[in-house]
Design a protein around this ligand. Structure first.
Ligand code: TRP
Length: 402
């Protein structure tokens, strides 16, 4: 007998959802990253690739590689094959300027991209999607553009090399060769396909439908004739959080039809909220994240009050059982930002076996983050409007591969 299939299926809300607008785990648990790799069809970034990065760049791979923050990729091995033969590539990343203050999670792709730029000595384009945020959030054109420039200062403060970096706002830069590529991409994607990839529905305004080509075409060197004239075969590597994958699945799908190479990707997991890995950092709850504008006191208070602890309820029990490192947010955060591998291992061992207490770990995390945020604040304060203009000027970069 044919039963009602609908009742047999689990309701959609219990499945994990990861797309550029929504990240939610199954039944409020943790994101299953292995399953995501299967669902998306990307590849796991394994030890052998990290070893290759070390050999090719003659330096220790970034913490985010060593500790698996960037955990998935598409064709990164091909980028390394080409690099080994002496063929360079360029980097492309971006930010949707939806808010004034960035939190630590926002900095991760930029910290990592800066490392890649330095280690491989390659040029970089950074897209500020002010148009995207104007269409998705309740922001005016002017306000989105203002936020784009403010965010550019935080991005510049991460230390990018101005002789190798072009930052652009969509509202300013879209046109010419970039726009021609957008139209070519748009012609290759049916409405059905866009609804499938991005989950658009009939209720969405048509601005949203028109956006994916904007984020797609910085993957093609011909979108930047002032940077890559005659270099139509230059490959592109995109560092991003894995929620951006749908844009680049679409891009990689259409690239061969336009005679372009597919961009390669190197993708990160998400930075957890203070409240724990099944919580989400939310713009509406300032206590769910640490912002680059937080004072030393804010940082200390947030960590002490909100950082989810894997320690036991009583000291006696803690000494006996040790902390559950799997759920402990202070340990997780140290894994992102404490450079010293030996110290991190020491903390995990001592805390995991109950000799260190949550308070000790929180104290160390507070030091690490205060120093990092302080450094960022100083660097950002030194970024002038002239420097923003200089990074955003449409200009050739004569020494970008040196
Ligand atoms: N859509 C991204 C965001 O909302 C911004 C972005 C544009 C991006 N191009 C990118 C992010 C390339 C990573 C890589 O933040």
């Amino acid at each position: 007998m044919e039963v009602d299939k609908k009742d047999e299926r689990e309701p959609e809300s219990s499945e994990q959802v990861v797309n550029p607008w929504e990240v939610s785990a199954k039944d409020g648990g943790k994101i299953d990253y292995d399953k995501l790799i299967d669902q998306f069809g990307c590849q796991r970034l394994d030890e052998s690739l990290i070893d290759r990065v070390q050999r090719l760049t003659s330096r220790q791979p970034h913490v985010f590689l060593r500790r698996g923050v960037f955990f998935a990729h598409r064709d990164f091995n091909e980028i390394l094959d080409a690099y080994e033969r002496g063929d360079k590539f360029y980097l492309y990343t971006g930010r949707g300027p939806s808010s004034e203050a960035l939190h630590l999670g926002h900095l991760i792709p930029f910290m990592f991209t800066k490392y890649l730029q330095e280690a491989f000595k390659v040029p970089l384009v950074i897209q500020l999607t002010d148009d995207e945020k104007c269409m998705w959030k309740n922001l005016t054109v002017d306000e989105s553009q203002r936020l784009a420039r403010e965010n550019a200062k935080d991005i510049i403060a991460c230390g990018f090399d101005i002789t190798k970096t072009f930052i652009f706002s969509d509202f300013d830069y879209v046109g010419g060769s970039f726009y021609k590529n957008m139209v070519k991409v748009a012609k290759c994607v049916t409405l059905n396909k866009a609804m499938g990839i991005f989950g658009f529905s009939g209720e969405d305004h048509i601005g949203k439908l028109s956006f994916p080509p904007v984020q797609a075409v910085p993957s093609f060197p011909s979108s930047f004739p002032h940077l890559f004239p005659g270099k139509d075969n230059l490959r592109c590597l995109i560092p991003c959080a894995i929620d951006q994958d749908p844009y680049f699945r679409m891009t990689r799908d259409v690239a061969p039809r336009l005679g372009y190479s597919k961009p390669a990707l190197i993708e990160s997991s998400f930075f957890p909220a203070l409240q724990g890995e099944n919580g989400k950092m939310s713009a509406s709850d300032p206590n769910s994240a640490i912002y680059v504008t937080d004072t030393a006191k804010d940082i200390k208070n947030k960590i002490n009050r909100y950082a989810f602890s894997g320690g036991q309820d009583s000291i006696e029990k803690h000494r006996e059982l040790g902390a559950n490192l799997e759920v402990d947010i202070s340990v997780k955060y140290l894994g992102f930002f404490l450079e010293d591998d030996t110290e991190l291992e020491h903390i995990k061992k001592e805390y995991g076996e109950g000799r260190m207490l949550t308070g000790d770990v929180k104290k160390r995390l507070t030091e690490v983050l205060t120093e990092m945020v302080e450094r960022h604040r100083r660097a950002r304060a030194a970024v002038t409007d002239e420097m923003v203009d200089a990074f955003m000027a449409v200009r050739p970069l004569p020494n970008m591969f040196e």
